[in-house]
Design a protein around this ligand. Sequence first.
Ligand code: IDP
Ligand code: MG
Length: 138
Amino acid sequence: MSNTTFTMIKPDAFAEGHTGKILDMIIEGGFSIKAMKVLRITKEQAGAFYAVHSERPFYNDLCSYMSSGPIVAAVLEKDNAVADFRKLIGATNPADAAEGTIRKRFAKSIEANAVHGSDSDENAQIEANFYFSQLERG
Ligand code: IDP
Ligand code: MG
């Protein structure tokens, strides 16, 4: 599965109309979109998705934020997808994100940082399965 990663366009970026430009950067970056949908998740679903962070001080705010409006969820393919996508999105904190990255361009804060990207092949699989059935993923 080293050719697959999972992303979300987060509520602030979606609400501000950055979806088209972000998808363009993803496609220009050499990724193909294997599955994609717009949806809203509940705070409980956000809590399950980010369960790994449940002990962190920002967890409750993060779950409220991620359920505050529509998001885009997508499965992406490219050789070396996980690492290359983390490079394309940039550091978690936009203050540390490199020029030309999606977060540098669109993130508003360390929390409202525009996009999600999986951090391992294993999590890419788990996260894609969280949002998409096998049928939807093809
Ligand atoms: P990542 O999205 O770059 O992998 P993680 O450490 O996995 O970063 O954190 C998950 C998400 O939690 C971040 O994308 C961001 O939205 C939020 N977050 C991370 N660290 C902080 C923080 O220190 N304050 C507020 N929100 C944070
Ligand atoms: Mg992470």
